[in-house]
Design a protein around this ligand. Sequence first.
Ligand code: AMP
Length: 193
Amino acid sequence: MRICVFSGSSFGRSETYRNAAVSLGRTISRKGLGLVYGGASVGLMGAVADAALNEGGEVIGVLPRKLANQEVGHRGLTRLHLVDSIHERKAMMADLSDGFAVLPGGIGTLEEAFEVWTWSQLGFHSKSVGLLNVDGFFDGLNGFLDSLVTEHFLKSVHREILLCESSPEMLIDKLTTTRVPVAPKWIGMPEAR
Ligand code: AMP
């Protein structure tokens, strides 16, 4: 079983983010799971990969050729796939993985997380997605996402697909055991009433 990790290509302001990335990478390997990620050696992406490798785990990176210089492809991975586009990267990362963990990061991280969550919502896959809420990093986002339910743009059953835990251990346990519910996405259509 493999877990895909989305995370910042920067370290962020606080050392806590780097510590959380190391802890998540270590936890994934210690549980005998493989890690799939964006293949970079920079920022939290590099930190999570190094931590998993140090524990002897399998780490697979998927990096677009065009970004291989900016994000500095990691040279010590079990496997590094160089692909032609960011779309190919995301599709391959998703295909290779059984669940998705999201560390703090920027808009690239958020985009990747939202995409796989929407794929679950639409039934294109049934893999779990979960935020690692380091020091309340995702509290503001969670509040906004709850408002989508209140405003009838998102069903609670789909809101609940996006897990959130503050400990890497708990997050990985949930990602590997939670079944993603299958429910029609559309709100207000005749068949969904
Ligand atoms: P960031 O969170 O912005 O530091 O980006 C983290 C990772 O997401 C990096 O590997 C970026 O290459 C990747 N990324 C950035 N923009 C996108 C995008 N539009 N779609 C998918 N991945 C992206």
